[in-house]
Design a protein around this ligand. Structure first.
Ligand code: FES
Length: 126
């Protein structure tokens, strides 16, 4: 069980988009991203199930042009925002690794459980 980690304030995540984060460094480095729709949030490990590369095609850009799906920058796989399920592309049927995120009463965004093989200490936005 890991401690909850504060990631950022809600307004730092563009509504209808997302924000990437890096936890730790070296072998403990883990990348994740949080998507926002109003006050709803979804967190995922920033690694495509196809080849393991980060999904963002530009910093903090994770969605397709319509804003309906998560888009992998490497080979164009599309994932459902709410489930992380790949619905098109080379890893169709696979899923992103979800991470529990939450918003508190002061509009701070928290990562409730760190990605496995963590052990990181610091948090910085990417
Ligand atoms: S690495 Fe994401 S579709 Fe190939």
């Amino acid at each position: 069980m890991t401690e909850a980690v504060p990631l950022c304030r809600l307004e730092e995540i563009e509504d209808g988009e997302g924000k990437g984060f890096v936890l730790g460094s070296g072998t403990a480095r883990r990348e994740l991203f949080v998507l926002r729709e109003g006050r709803r949030l979804w967190g995922y490990v920033n690694a495509c199930p196809h080849a393991g590369t980060p999904l963002d095609w530009r910093p903090d850009r994770f969605l397709d042009a319509a804003g309906d799906h998560i888009l992998c920058a490497t080979h164009g796989a599309l994932f459902e925002i709410e489930s992380g399920l790949c619905i098109a592309g080379p890893c169709k049927g696979d899923s992103l690794t979800p991470l529990p995120v939450a918003l508190d009463e002061e509009d701070r965004v928290w990562l409730l459980e760190q990605p496995s093989e963590g052990g990181s200490k610091g948090v910085s936005s990417s």
